[in-house]
Ligand binder design. Structure first.
Ligand code: FE
Length: 172
């Protein structure tokens, strides 16, 4: 009988411990981190992409084109906000990591979340570069180089055409 009572009291203690631990779990995890665990791919045929993108967006995002330097609409943008994929709306870069550069394309020292961009070795044009693609739709964004500023030393050199900008809402 005493063994049964001991067993019951042990179960009560374990279940209480489990309850108190789950109560301590943070309730408001950052939305981006939660998404990064469950990125649902956006898959369309090339014909479907052609219909949903402008000809220039299709050329850059789906055919690895590169916009002419110093022509992109986000190059001089200094507003606070998020840069998202122009093809699927996935958050890619924060304005906080954008920096002034002379290369002619919007540049960031890090992505908004490591899992939101894919890195692919690109040996085209007789060079070995690291291509950056959207992790959700596979759209071509640009390339990353290791000559960026602190704190990462990286330079994500991104086509404006591949990005949309979502301004930060001002706090009231
Ligand atoms: Fe995308």
């Amino acid at each position: 009988m005493s063994k049964i009572l001991f067993g019951i009291s042990l179960m009560v203690i374990i279940s209480c411990t489990a309850t108190s631990q789950s109560a301590k779990m943070p309730k408001n995890e950052p939305v981006i981190s939660m998404q990064s665990d469950t990125i649902v791919p956006v898959q369309k045929t090339e014909e479907e992409w052609k219909e949903s993108l402008t000809p220039e967006q299709f050329w850059v995002l789906r055919e690895q084109g590169t916009e002419r330097p110093f022509t992109g609409k986000w190059l001089a943008n200094k507003k606070d906000g998020q840069y998202v994929c122009a093809a699927c709306g996935f958050p890619l870069f924060s304005s906080h990591s954008k920096f002034e550069t002379t290369c002619g394309w919007p540049s960031f020292y890090e992505s908004i979340d490591k899992t939101h961009v894919k890195e692919i070795v690109d040996t085209s044009h007789g060079m070995r570069r690291i291509e950056i693609r959207c992790a959700r739709c596979g759209g071509h964004l640009g390339h990353v180089f290791d000559d960026g500023p602190k704190p990462t030393g990286m330079r994500y050199c991104i086509n404006s055409v591949s990005l949309d900008f979502v301004p930060e809402k001002k706090k009231k």
